[in-house]
Design a protein around this ligand. Structure first.
Ligand code: SF4
Ligand code: SF4
Length: 537
């Protein structure tokens, strides 16, 4: 275990703390919460992107035309920052091709297309009746194999997050059930109906990361879910903490502050302080993976917005088209003006509904003009400072906005743009209607592109230097062979790692040898030479 010097211990009784900044927007969860979680019908075709998480795409291990069973692995994880993809139902692989996926703007990615056969024939599962019989590393391997990533929306591979936490040591595991976005109720509906399985998943996560304490943190406006959790936690050592309702309490750093009062310093990760945060939906997926042996092939997602006749929380298969889910909720297309994946504040606008539901889709919000009128025209910043008052990351949004406009990427970095969690609180209060988050996202992309170009040019530079060095070394070897008494090099001489200093020394030595040879040729070395020399003059 390599513990960070910033590691903290949490022994005091936990109590709710205020988070810095934040807003209290109106909440629109009631419509979707009116009914129980329903299984979404099976679509005819599913599209499964190889990249549904943060990191590297998975590697397809099936072929076009192959028949597959439900739960079968379709793509293997490709490194630690990658998670496998499983078949959500039985059927035939019809294509492995680039297709539209949800994301910022038009996004295309490699996807596996599965035509359902309608039989839903499942591969044999291996449930674990007593997870305590397994070591934490065995549990970790099972979570890895189940293809779980952060289902709260971040999509970080869960097994890798746990692995890093085990390495650094965890004092406190926080199960994040805050769900503070105004339209999203996926976790609330999950907990209200299946709190025992969320608690079971939290206990497994605690066993895996060896956290000393575990707390489930939930906002106080979720009365039914709190009651369900209180019942499910009766025989558990896991604590329950009810937090004040404020957006964005559900942010990773914000929930840590709300639970412990401690603000993770800029530049550090929660794990550096011995804290691990996992989402309630992720805990549920972990329960399914270990106790029932089921990989991550479905998730609960909120379908809401005024164009839907029956908003609800659907348990839908990964890969189900968004348009299909909207049809199942009786969408009025004449009202529908667009779709947001995620919440109204932090979500992203989809270009099309012909994209699949992925592991991180916690909400699909159908917009209408009545509910989401066209934004008022953007006006000049009046330096009111409201945005800074609500920024939970203690940033200066108006400064970031100015640097974004002037495309001053260095200043943006210096002023902490990387710490912006894109919560949208600043834009929400801005009287000039400036779409601040759009500016920040564009600037983050510009910084990423600049860094990528820098890395590429560094790689080319180093390849060029190595090429130059190799040429010089070959020239030196050729010269050495011609020199009398030059040491013979053996073919089996082990390859030395490239060293600039050594290269410089070797080149200097070669130059000296060539100069010496040259002077040997030209300098008179004998009486006969001297006579010849004399004759010449
Ligand atoms: S809230 Fe808007 S107008 Fe006010 S300082 Fe921030 S960016 Fe400028
Ligand atoms: S979007 Fe970024 S800058 Fe704006 S309030 Fe949220 S964290 Fe602060």
């Amino acid at each position: 275990m390599s513990q960070s010097p910033h590691h903290k211990s949490f022994t005091a009784r936990l109590r709710a703390h205020k988070i810095f900044g934040g807003i209290k927007p109106a909440v629109y969860k009631a419509d979707a919460l009116r009914s129980r979680v329903m299984p979404a019908p099976l679509p005819g075709n599913l599209v499964l992107p190889l990249l549904q998480h943060q990191g590297q795409p998975a590697m397809a291990v099936v072929e076009v035309g192959q028949a597959v069973l439900k739960y079968q692995v379709l793509a293997m994880g490709n490194g630690p920052l990658s998670v496998p993809v499983h078949a959500p139902t039985s059927g035939v692989i019809t294509a492995i091709a680039d297709s539209a996926v949800p994301g910022f703007g038009a996004q295309v990615q490699r996807c596996i297309h599965l035509q359902a056969d309608g039989l839903d024939t499942a591969a044999e599962l291996q449930p674990c009746l007593d997870y305590r019989a397994l070591s934490h590393l065995q549990l970790l391997a099972l979570i890895d194999a189940a293809g779980i990533c952060g289902l709260g929306g971040a999509g970080f591979p869960t097994a890798e997050k746990l692995r890093v936490s085990i390495e650094q040591g965890v004092e406190l595991l926080i199960i994040n059930a805050a769900e503070c976005e105004p339209y999203i109720s996926a976790d609330e509906s999950l907990i209200r109906e299946r709190a025992d399985r969320v608690v079971s998943g939290a206990e497994i996560l605690q066993s895996v990361c060896l956290a000393k304490r575990c707390v489930i943190a939930i906002e106080k406006d979720k009365a039914d879910a709190i009651e369900a959790l209180s019942t499910a936690l009766q025989d558990s050592s896991i604590e329950l903490l009810v937090l004040n309702s404020k957006f964005p309490t559900g942010g990773e750093r914000q929930i840590i502050q709300a639970v412990t009062g401690f603000e993770v310093p800029r530049g550090l990760l929660p794990v550096d302080a011995g804290i691990l945060v996992q989402n309630a939906g992720t805990a549920y997926a972990v329960h399914n993976a270990i106790v029932e042996g089921k990989p991550c092939i479905s998730r609960i997602t909120t379908l809401t917005g005024s164009p839907l006749q029956t908003p609800k929380n659907f348990e839908a298969l990964i890969g189900t088209p968004v348009s299909f889910l909207f049809e199942m909720c009786g969408i009025d297309k004449s009202q529908h003006t667009g779709t947001i994946m995620g919440g109204s504040l932090m979500g992203i606008e989809l270009d099309s509904d012909e994209v699949p539901l992925i592991k991180t889709t916690n909400c699909l919000l159908a917009k209408s003009t009545g509910e989401f009128p066209d934004p008022a025209p953007e006006q000049a910043c009046i330096r009111c400072g409201y945005c800074a008052d609500v920024c939970p990351a203690r940033l200066l949004p108006q400064q970031l906005y100015a640097f974004s406009r002037s495309e001053d990427l260095d200043q943006l970095e210096e002023h902490g743009l990387a710490d912006c969690i894109e919560c949208g609180a600043c834009a929400y209060v801005c009287p000039s209607h400036i779409p601040l988050v759009q500016y920040y996202r564009a600037s983050k992309q510009a910084i990423a592109e600049r860094d990528r170009q820098f890395q590429t040019s560094k790689q080319w530079q180093s390849r060029f230097q190595f090429h130059q060095y190799r040429l010089k070394k070959e020239t030196t070897k050729a010269l050495d062979k011609k020199l009398p008494g030059a040491e013979k090099t053996t073919a089996n001489e082990p390859a030395q790692p490239f060293s600039r200093d050594q290269a410089r020394d070797e080149i200097a030595a070669a130059v000296r040898r060539v100069a010496a040879r040259h002077s040997n040729r030209t300098a008179p070395s004998s009486a006969k030479d001297k006579a010849k020399d004399k004759d010449r003059h």
